[in-house]
Design a protein around this ligand. Structure first.
Ligand code: 13P
Length: 340
C-alpha cells in the first residue's frame, strides 16, 4: 500500500463518530502504582490478566476505536492464546503502541523535562508493526510554574514530538502527538490557557518544519483547566470555552482528531468537560474525543481488585465509562446518566 493510503486507512479507523481511544499503556512503574492502590501485585501475569479482561469487554468497540498498549502487552496473549493486538483488531479496534521511553530533566531548563527514545525508533516501529501496531504514541510533559515551561523547554519538546511524528509517518504508523501540560499546581485557568497556547503553537510550528502531514496525526492534548490546587474549580462550560478558544487559535483544521488525555481529572469531570465541548461546539473543525487512561480505567480497577472472580464487574465498569464518554462525544451526556 502506498504510505499515504496506509496512513489514511488508519486514521479512518481511529477517528470515528461516537468513539475514542482507551489508553492502557501504563509503563511498568505506573501500572504497579495503580495496582498498589487496589492492593494487587503487579506481575507480568497480573498485568496480562487485567489487560486481557479490558480488551475482551463485550461491546467495547461500540465506543472505543483504538487502544494504546505498552510494549509488553503487544506481545502478550489472552487466556485462549490469541495475541492481544489480534483480540482488538478482530473487534475493529486499532492497536497502537507507546514508543517513548519516559522522562528526563531537560539540561539548562530547570523544572522542564524531555522525553527519551528517538534512537533506533524506526527499527522499533518496524518490529511493532509486525506485531499488529498501526499507530504510535509519544508523550512530552510540560509542568506549569512561574518560570515553566521555559522558552528552551517549549522548543526542545516540540522538536522531539515532530521528529517522532515524522519517523512514524515514514514507517506507515499514525503518530499520536501528546504534549501533556500538567494539571499540578495552583495556577488559574488563564495561566493554563496561556501555556497550552504556547505549547500548541510551538508543536505545530515544529510539525511543519519536519513536514509532518497534519491530516495523518491525532493530537492528544490537555484540556484547559485550572491547576488541581487552585481554590475554585471551573465549570464544564468554562473549560469548554477556554479550551476551544485556545485550540481555534493554535490547531490547524487539517488535524482530524483531538483526543484529550484525562491527566488526573476524575472520570466524571473528564466526561462532563468533553461533553460540554461537543454540546457547545458541534461545528468544531476537528473531532473532539477522548484518549483517557485513568478516567476510563479507574472504576474498572476498583471493581477488579486483582481478583479473577470480579471479571464481569470489571468489564461492566469499563463498558459503562466507555458508554458515558461515547455520549460525551455527541454532547448528549447528562449528570443523571451518572446515577443510572
Ligand atoms: P490519563 O488519561 O490517565 O492522563 O492517561 C492518558 C495517557 O495516555 C497519558 O500518557
Amino acid at each position: 500500500m502506498d504510505p499515504a493510503a496506509e496512513l489514511e486507512a488508519v486514521i479512518e479507523d481511529m477517528v470515528q463518530p461516537g468513539k475514542g481511544i482507551l489508553a492502557a499503556d501504563e509503563s511498568a512503574p505506573t501500572i504497579a502504582k495503580r495496582f498498589a492502590a487496589i492492593d494487587a501485585e503487579s506481575t507480568q501475569e497480573s498485568r496480562r490478566s487485567y489487560r486481557s479482561l479490558l480488551f475482551t469487554t463485550p461491546g467495547l468497540a461500540e465506543f472505543v476505536s483504538g487502544v494504546i498498549l505498552f510494549e509488553e502487552t503487544l506481545a502478550q496473549s489472552a487466556d485462549d492464546g490469541t495475541p492481544l493486538p489480534v483480540i482488538l483488531a478482530n473487534q475493529g479496534i486499532v492497536p497502537g503502541i507507546k514508543v517513548d521511553k519516559g522522562l528526563a530533566p531537560l539540561a539548562n531548563a530547570p523544572g522542564d523535562k524531555i522525553t527519551r527514545g528517538l534512537d533506533g525508533l524506526a527499527e522499533r516501529l518496524q518490529h511493532y508493526k509486525t506485531l499488529g501496531a498501526r499507530f504510535a504514541k509519544w508523550r512530552e510533559v510540560y509542568p506549569i510554574s512561574d518560570h515553566n515551561p521555559t522558552a528552551l523547554g517549549l522548543e526542545a519538546n516540540a522538536e522531539m514530538l515532530a521528529r517522532y511524528a515524522a519517523v512514524c509517518q515514514a514507517e506507515g504508523l499514525v503518530p499520536i502527538v501528546e504534549p501533556e501540560v500538567l494539571i499540578d499546581g495552583d495556577h488559574t485557568i488563564g495561566r493554563s490557557a496561556e501555556v497550552i497556547e504556547a505549547v500548541l503553537r510551538s508543536v505545530f510550528h515544529a510539525l511543519y518544519r519536519h513536514q509532518v502531514i497534519l491530516e495523518f496525526i491525532v493530537l492528544k492534548p490537555s484540556m484547559v483547566t485550572p491547576g488541581k490546587d487552585h481554590p475554585s474549580p471551573a465549570s464544564p462550560e468554562q473549560v469548554a470555552e477556554a479550551t476551544l478558544k485556545v485550540f481555534r487559535r493554535s490547531v490547524p483544521a487539517a488535524v482530524p482528531g483531538i483526543n484529550f488525555l484525562s491527566g488526573g481529572q476524575t472520570p466524571e469531570e473528564a466526561t462532563a468537560n468533553l461533553n460540554a465541548m461537543n454540546a457547545r461546539y458541534p461545528d468544531a473543525p476537528w473531532e473532539l474525543s477522548f484518549s483517557f487512561g485513568r478516567a476510563l480505567q479507574e472504576p474498572a480497577l476498583k471493581a477488579w481488585q486483582g481478583n479473577p472472580a470480579n471479571a464481569a464487574a470489571t468489564q461492566q465498569a469499563l463498558y459503562r465509562r466507555a458508554r458515558l464518554n461515547g455520549a460525551a462525544r455527541y454532547g448528549t451526556w447528562t449528570t443523571a446518566m451518572e446515577n443510572e
